[in-house]
Structure formats: C-alpha cells, structure tokens
Design a protein around this ligand. Structure first.
Ligand SMILES: Cc1cc2nc3c(=O)[nH]c(=O)nc-3n(C[C@H](O)[C@H](O)[C@H](O)COP(=O)(O)O)c2cc1C
Length: 215
C-alpha cells in the first residue's frame, strides 16, 4: 500500500516479501530508499557505507548461482530439519520455506538490488562492523515497505562470499553485508510472526519477568 506512514503499522507488517513482480521500479523511489538508508546511525558518523544498485541481469544471475548453491547445500536441508520458530505455526513455516525457495530461484529476476557494503580498507571486519551498516539496511527496508515495495534482507550470498563479491565486482577493501532484492510485491503485506515479548524481556535480573509488558 503506497503512502503508508504510520511507523508502527509499517514495522508490524514489514514481512520479508520474496515474491516480486519483474516490473521496473522508478529511480525516484529507489532514491528515496537510499536516502532513508543514509539517514541511519553509524559509528562516529564516518559513513563508510557504500550502496551498489544493481539492475544488470547478468551480474544478478552470476550472484544467484552462488545464492542457489548455498540453498541447495545448506539452507534447504536446514529448513527441512528445523522446528517452526516462536509465534509461527508449522503451516506458516512451510509457507516461509516455499517462499525462501521461490526467492532462491528468482533472486536475479528482482528488478533492483541494493547491495549494502562497507568500505573497510585493510581493517579486519569485526562483530561490531555490521552495527554500522544494518541500521541503514533496516531503514531501507522500512522505506521500501512505506512506498509499497517488497524487499527482503538477505545475507546468504556470504556463504560464498569470495565468489559472490567477485561477481558483484567489489574492489579490495570493500565488503558486502546484505543484498536487498526490491520490487513490487505479488502478495500482500501482512503481520510478522513473532513470539510474545514476555518470553524475551526481563527486568533487573535475567529470567525475571518485565512487568511493563502487556499483550
Ligand atoms: C541476518 C539476516 C539474514 C537473512 N538472510 C536471508 C536470506 O538470505 N534469504 C531470505 O530469503 N531471507 C533472509 N532473511 C530474512 C529472514 O528469513 C526473515 O526476516 C525471517 O524469516 C522473519 O520473516 P518475516 O520478517 O517475514 O516475519 C534474513 C534476515 C536476517 C536478519
């Protein structure tokens, strides 16, 4: 639904949208998404983020090969052997698995990708590195949702990081942290499936229920 502006509604309905139409997305909207990304907090405001917009189908296809290989070898079998996460029924989990497989096979057909990168030079990426790029990624996902565009945060290409980053043509010292395939969604936005807050929020002492949660 284009033009949604209630932030809480947007967050509650910003599901991973994996089935996308191939219709082109206007550059004006991609520009708004990128602008939202560049508003995000980042360590020391050094803004070492770089965003690679990919429309070239050959480049997308070259990366999709590794994305699919990682599904066939790791992610697919993992889905088959794992229980549904909190707040998600078995039926919904099966639907998610089908959608994940769909995106795997159609990854390169999303009209636009935004590859979120950090220019890190010779510094070795640490656990904290992602903290300076994932807020931008989340801002871009929220912006896409607000504009009625579907997107998914994906990182699976990192299972074949070297091969994928070569296919993306990243220069030395630049690392990718996420690929966001973006397009008009085939389905509808809907509520995310999550477990109750009472199971994950504590007060003062670990395991002690937080009394402020009312669900
Ligand atoms: C770090 C991270 C990596 C992810 N990588 C992928 C991915 O490679 N492919 C994919 O289809 N979804 C990916 N996702 C999306 C999650 O599967 C999704 O957020 C989760 O299943 C919850 O689904 P929902 O947001 O639709 O409720 C990723 C999410 C995160 C946070």
């Amino acid at each position: 639904m284009p033009g949604d502006t209630d932030l809480f509604e947007i967050m509650q309905t910003m599901r991973a949208m994996r089935r996308l139409k191939p219709d082109p997305v206007p550059d004006e909207l991609i520009g708004k998404i990128l602008q939202a990304g560049a508003c995000a907090p980042n360590g020391g405001n050094t803004q070492r983020w770089r965003f690679l917009v990919i429309k070239d189908s050959q480049i997308k296809r070259a990366v999709q090969v590794h994305y699919k290989r990682a599904f066939d070898e790791v992610i697919g079998p993992r889905y088959l052997n794992s229980a549904p996460p909190p707040g998600v029924s078995r039926e919904r989990y099966n639907r998610q698995h089908a959608a994940v497989e769909y995106l795997t096979n159609h990854f390169h057909e999303a009209p636009v990708w935004i590859v979120a990168c950090l220019e890190e030079g010779t510094a070795t990426p640490t656990r904290g590195s992602g903290a300076s790029i994932y807020p931008a990624v989340q801002n871009m996902l929220l912006a896409a949702r607000a504009l009625g565009l579907g997107a998914t945060l994906t990182t699976r290409h990192l299972l074949y990081e070297k091969e994928s980053e070569a296919a993306l043509g990243l220069p030395p010292g630049v690392h990718s942290y996420a690929i966001l395939p973006i397009g008009y969604p085939m389905g509808k936005f809907g509520p995310v499936g999550r477990g109750p807050l009472a199971d994950i929020v504590y007060q003062d002492r670990w395991g002690n229920p937080y009394r402020g949660v009312k669900e």
